[in-house]
Design a protein around this ligand. Structure first.
Ligand SMILES: Nc1nc2c(ncn2[C@@H]2O[C@H](COP(=O)(O)OP(=O)(O)OP(=O)(O)O)[C@@H](O)[C@H]2O)c(=O)[nH]1
Ligand SMILES: [Mg+2]
Length: 442
C-alpha cells in the first residue's frame, strides 16, 4: 500500500447537461467527507443510499444516491464513494467545490483513479491499458480486445513467459554457484536451453502477427493507388460519403496523401487516396508519387484502380491487391473483365456496395487471422522484441557452451522487459505516458 495521500474527486460521467452526473471520490478522506455532506453514518458498504447532499454550510447541493465502497476491495483499493446527482453544470460544480473544501482533497488528474488502482495492486499496467482502451473502444472488435486485456488474458501470457525465464534463471544460478562441477552443466544446461528455445519460438510466433492487435485498436490501413485520372479521389469520396479529396479531369490533381477514417466491416480503417503513379511533371508531383508509393507499401490492403477506358493494365499489381475497374459507365456494353476484378463507377455508384462488402470481408479475415491474446500496443511490441533479442542471445550462448553468468545476464535482461511490460518495475515516464492518456474521472 502507498503512503497517506490526497483524496481525489472528479466527474466520472460525460459532460453536462446529462440526466445523471456521477461524481467519484477516492482516498483516506472519503468517510469524513461523505459523513458531512450526506446523512451522518450513511457509509454502509456497497449500499445505495438516497438523500439530500449539502455543502459544509448546510446549503443543499442536490438530492441523489450515494454508494460507499470501502478499501481495499474497491476500484482504486482505497475508500471510494460515488454520488449520483442531477447532471447539470451548477450541481456538478457545487458538489466538486464542496468536496474540494476538505483538507488534502483536490480534483483528480487524468487517469489518477486507475493509477491508484495500479499502485495498490488492483490492476497491472497491461490491464490498466485495457481500461483506457475499453473507454476509447468504438468497434466491437476493439471492445473485445480491451476486455481481453482488462481481464488479464494478455497479462497472463506475459506472466507465463516471465516465469519460464525466472525458472531458467534459477537453474543458471545453480551452475553459477557450483562452477567447478563438471557434471552439473548438462543437468542444468539442457532444461535451460530447451526453455530458451521454446520461448524464442513462442515470442517469434506472437510477434509475427501482422500487427493485427494494433490494427484492430488503431485502424487498418488501406491505400487507393493507380494511374492519374483513374478516379481514385472520386472513389475515396464515395467511400467517405463526403468530398474529402479534390476531383478534376486534370491528370495529377492529387499530390499529397488524403486520408479518411472509416468504419468498415466492424473495424476502423484509414483509407488513403494517393497521387496518380506516373513519370512526374515537377518536383512537387514527384514527391507526391514518392509518398503514394510509400503509403502503398506500408498499407494492409491496396485498392488498385484503373479506368475502364485506358487499356486497364493490372500487370504490376501484388497478389493480394484488390483490383478495381472504375468508370464502368463509359465502357462499352461488351467490355469484359476477369472475375477477380471488381467493376464500379464512382460517379453513378454502381458496384460501390459490392466493393465495400469485399473490403469488409478482407479486413474481417485479417482481423480474425491470429488467435488471442493479441499484442495491442507498440509499447508491448518493443518490449517483446527486446525480450526476444536477449532470449536469442542467451540461447546462442548456451548452445555454444558460453558461461552461465553471461547466459544469465541475457535471461535477466529479457525478464526485465516482461516485468516492465506488466509494470512490475516501472519507469516513471512510461507510467506517466500510459495514465495521462486516460480521461479525467477514470
Ligand atoms: N464517367 C466517369 N467519370 C469518372 C468516374 N470516376 C471519376 N471520374 C472522373 O474522372 C476524372 C478524374 O477523377 P479523379 O477522381 O480526380 O481521378 P484521380 O485518380 O484521383 O486522379 P489524380 O488525382 O490525378 O491521380 C474526374 O473528371 C472525375 O469526375 C466514373 O466512374 N465515371
Ligand atoms: Mg486524385
Amino acid at each position: 500500500m502507498t503512503a497517506a495521500r490526497d483524496t481525489i474527486c472528479a466527474l466520472a460521467s460525460g459532460p453536462p447537461p446529462s440526466a445523471i452526473a456521477i461524481i467519484r471520490i477516492s482516498g483516506p478522506g472519503v468517510r469524513v467527507i461523505c459523513n458531512q455532506l450526506l446523512v451522518p453514518g450513511w457509509t454502509a458498504p456497497r449500499k445505495a443510499v438516497y438523500g439530500r447532499i449539502r455543502d459544509r454550510s448546510g446549503e443543499v447541493i442536490d438530492e441523489g444516491l450515494a454508494v460507499f465502497m470501502p478499501g481495499p476491495a474497491s476500484y482504486t483499493g482505497e475508500d471510494t464513494a460515488e454520488l449520483y446527482l442531477h447532471g447539470g453544470a451548477a450541481v456538478i460544480e457545487h458538489a466538486l467545490d464542496a468536496i474540494c473544501s476538505f483538507e488534502d482533497t483536490r480534483l483528480a488528474e487524468a487517469g489518477e483513479f486507475t493509477r491508484r488502482a495500479f499502485e495498490n495492486g488492483r490492476l497491472d499496467l497491461v490491464e490498466a491499458e485495457g481500461v483506457a482502451d475499453l473507454i476509447d473502444a468504438e468497434t466491437r472488435a476493439q471492445k473485445h480486445l480491451a476486455l481481453d486485456q482488462l481481464d488479464g488474458r494478455l497479462s497472463r501470457q506475459y506472466e507465463v513467459w516471465r516465469s519460464s525465464l525466472l525458472n531458467a534463471l534459477a537453474l543458471l544460478e545453480v551452475s553459477i554457484d557450483f562452477p567447478d562441477e563438471d557434471d552439473a552443466p548438462d543437468e542444468t544446461r539442457e532444461p535451460v536451453a530447451r526453455t530458451l528455445r521454446e520461448m524464442e519460438a513462442s515470442l517469434e510466433k506472437a510477434l509475427a502477427d501482422d500487427s493485427v492487435g494494433e490494427r484492430i485498436r488503431d485502424g487498418f490501413h488501406i491505400a487507393i493507388v493507380g494511374p492519374p485520372n483513374a478516379g481514385k479521389s472520386s472513389l475515396l469520396n464515395k467511400l467517405a460519403r463526403r468530398e474529402a479529396a479534390i476531383v478534376s479531369d486534370i491528370p495529377g490533381t492529387t499530390r499529397d496523401v488524403v486520408e479518411v477514417r472509416l468504419k468498415i466491416g466492424g473495424q476502423i480503417a484509414w483509407v488513403a487516396d494517393t497521387a496518380g503513379l506516373r513519370e512526374a511533371a515537377d518536383v512537387i508531383e514527384a514527391e507526391g508519387v514518392r509518398r503514394a508509393q510509400q503509403r502503398a507499401t506500408s498499407a494492409d490492403l491496396r485498392i488498385q484502380v484503373r479506368a475502364a477506358d485506358d487499356r486497364t493494365d493490372f500487370s504490376e499489381c501484388g497478389e493480394d491487391d484488390l483490383l478495381v475497374v472504375n468508370k464502368i459507365d463509359l465502357a462499352g456494353e461488351n467490355a469484359k473483365w476477369p472475375d477477380s476484378v471488381m467493376v464500379i463507377s464512382a460517379i453513378t455508384g454502381d458496384g460501390i456496395r459490392e466493393l465495400e462488402r469485399r473490403i469488409a470481408d478482407i479486413i474481417r479475415a485479417k482481423a480474425g487471422s491470429v488467435g488471442a491474446p493479441l499484442i495491442t500496443r507498440r509499447r508491448h511490441r518493443l518490449a517483446l522484441e527486446s525480450a526476444l533479442f536477449h532470449v536469442k542471445q542467451a540461447s546462442d550462448l548456451i548452445t555454444r557452451g558460453g558461461g552461465a553468468e553471461l547466459v544469465a545476464e541475457d535471461v535477466r535482461l529479457a525478464s526485465r522487459q516482461l516485468s516492465g511490460l506488466i509494470g512490475e518495475i516501472g519507469v516513471e515516464e512510461i507510467l506517466g505516458a500510459v495514465f495521462s492518456s486516460f480521461c479525467i474521472g477514470k
